[in-house]
Design a protein around this ligand. Structure first.
Ligand SMILES: C[S@@+](CC[C@H](N)C(=O)[O-])C[C@H]1O[C@@H](n2cnc3c(N)ncnc32)[C@H](O)[C@@H]1O
Length: 284
């Protein structure tokens, strides 16, 4: 059932064209049971752009000179930036306790690179930074932390470093007091820690946007594949695998099994956490 009464008709073939165009461009897929939700979200753009139908919007996104700008609006609209500090910590602990010492005990050619690939408003990369700082790594070795999201609006929030109480539902209070200070109704992350992170807007489906980022030794790409189709996930995994060094480690959320989707990444238990490890010279 539609969430609000739809001012635009979405039950014809042109809406499917639009759905498929969005899927191809940003990976997010709305199946037939959720088309009303998509129509609901996009209706406000039709109103803002003074368009009369979803077919007009399809043409705008595909051919208009303003398409580039409009895609940013689509990404912001369809983004679900739900996230919080200290989420699914097993993988972060395994990185801090096992993968970081392993990396720095071997011969290495560059700083360790960690990329939070759909970081929403930044709680995930800041969690990684806090955990690394708590273990004393950030002062001792060279670690670069990159964080990106397809939604420019979320990255702007992340760059401000100011968080509301709902982001702290899982963070131990002692760490909140140690790394944040209260500012009005919000809490500001310690500037030195915030500066450790390189923030970018990048669409996971566009190779040129993630080319540099995906050279990371460790990629966190959590709670985004749940919105992707299988083909979008495979495309993203192929891009990652082609760009990551060996060994390369990929953390996805516990609910996002890749077992049926890839041969390139094999699931391994590392320090009590499940992490996908890139296999050398394999193709999907
Ligand atoms: C639920 S949040 C996940 C945040 C964080 N990784 C976590 O696990 O807490 C999903 C994020 O994926 C982003 N996203 C969706 N499609 C994307 C794409 N094609 N490229 C980059 N980010 C995308 C959304 O903008 C949203 O911020």
């Amino acid at each position: 059932m539609p969430l609000i009464s739809q001012p635009f008709s979405w039950s014809d073939h042109s809406f499917i064209l639009l759905r498929d165009l969005i899927h191809e461009r940003i990976g997010i897929y709305y199946d037939t049971n959720h088309l009303d939700l998509l129509a609901d979200k996009l209706s406000e753009r039709l109103i803002s752009c003074a368009l009369e139908s979803f077919l007009d919007y399809y043409y705008l996104l595909k051919y208009d000179e303003s398409a580039q700008q409009e895609w940013k609006q689509v990404m912001d609209l369809l983004s679900v930036p739900e996230t919080f500090f200290w989420r699914e910590m097993d993988q972060v602990r395994a990185v801090v306790d096992i993968l970081v010492p392993q990396y720095f005990s071997g011969s290495r050619v560059h700083p360790l690179r960690i990329w939070s690939a759909a970081c929403a408003t930044g709680e995930e990369p800041l969690t990684i930074a806090i955990a690394l700082q708590e273990a004393g790594w950030l002062d001792r070795v060279e670690i670069e932390i990159y964080a990106s999201d397809g939604s420019g609006r979320s990255i702007e929030v992340a760059k401000q470093g100011l968080y509301r109480s709902r982001s702290f539902r899982n963070l131990p209070p002692a760490l909140q007091l140690k790394y944040f200070h209260k500012e009005g109704d919000c809490w500001r992350i310690q500037p030195e820690l915030h500066r450790q992170i390189h923030w970018k807007t990048a669409n996971l489906m566009v190779e040129s946007e993630i080319k540099q980022l995906a050279k990371a030794d460790i990629i966190f790409c959590r709670n985004v594949f749940i919105y992707f189709s299988e083909s979008s996930i495979k495309k993203t995994l192929n891009l990652f695998a082609g760009l990551m060094p060996n060994p390369g480690y990929l953390c996805v959320a516990a609910s996002e099994s890749l077992l049926k989707l890839t041969n390139i990444f094999k699931l391994q238990e590392i320090g009590g956490a499940f992490i996908y490890v890139k296999q050398e010279n394999l193709e999907n």
